[in-house]
Design a binder for this molecule. Sequence first.
Ligand SMILES: Cc1cc2nc3c(=O)[nH]c(=O)nc-3n(C[C@H](O)[C@H](O)[C@H](O)COP(=O)(O)O)c2cc1C
Length: 322
Amino acid sequence: MKIKNIEINGFAALAPMAGVADRAMREICVKYGAGFTVGELTSSKGVSLGDKKSFGLLACSDNERPTASQLFGCEPETMADAAQKALAFKPDFIDINMGCPAPKVAGNGGGSALMRDPVLAEKIVKAVVNAVDIPVTVKMRTGWDSDNLTAVELAKRCENAGASMLTVHGRTRVQMYAPGIDFSTIKAVKNAVKIPVVANGDITDGKSAENMLKITGCDYLMVGRAAQGNPFVFSEINAFLNGEGYTPPTLEKRFNVLLEQVNLMLKYKDPHNAILESRKHTAWYMTGLKGAANLRRMCGEISSVSDIEKIIDLALEQNRDL
Ligand SMILES: Cc1cc2nc3c(=O)[nH]c(=O)nc-3n(C[C@H](O)[C@H](O)[C@H](O)COP(=O)(O)O)c2cc1C
């Protein structure tokens, strides 16, 4: 797939996940086969006003390219200004969030609220496209609720405004993250536009990736939660869709990658925050193991890298046969 002039390899990208898919996770996922990454959603107002925390979210590394800065907001001029300021961090493209259901985003007219106002959404895309000389993409849901599946209209307007790619998470705003993906609306979006369409929602392995591609006819895939504690999901999907064999990593390898990810978090973040955030990532890496409940409880008390190493030792000890 190509996002305008940017060549994208493989079959699946890492989804943006605020508070989860940080620089460390994004680098690790690219290392294991993610084709592109998208930064955590960032307030256009914050960036426009020069807020330090917002700038912190825009930082990205060469090891996670191609990568996008993702902005949210509902004012075309502010979005355009923020997109220009984001260029200082050298993203490969700018992604506009039209899917976030959180009240502090949608309640202020941004994120998924734009699914209810396709005219304003089009103005925003136009303003951002005119403001920057890199591709502009949009991530949306299927609509606000099942009576208002606006994704097709929104997609056409985004394309008309100059967007270079669309990602559709196959749920409405009201559905939040509940089970059940609306494949047919994703397919309808794919059929309505000429620009590439990326399908997202509940892809967890090679089979579900293949299923999504077959049903929707989309150009590419995006994986979020299944990559938590499992960056190898991208290698698995790539191998499956290339018709190649896939050997899951050994437990030792899995834990080495966990430590690599935590070390990157320590490199990029305030050490206190890095250790606090390592608790949930370490717990995710324990998924499916014998003694996982106890291991996860221990993860909640991590206060140093050596605590993580102790948990790893115990996990290896209890899971020798895996
Ligand atoms: C913790 C969390 C944070 C998220 N943050 C963002 C975000 O910042 N921007 C965005 O567009 N989507 C965000 N999403 C939505 C995901 O990108 C994705 O669309 C959704 O999780 C469905 O994909 P999945 O089933 O593969 O997880 C977030 C999802 C989760 C679970």
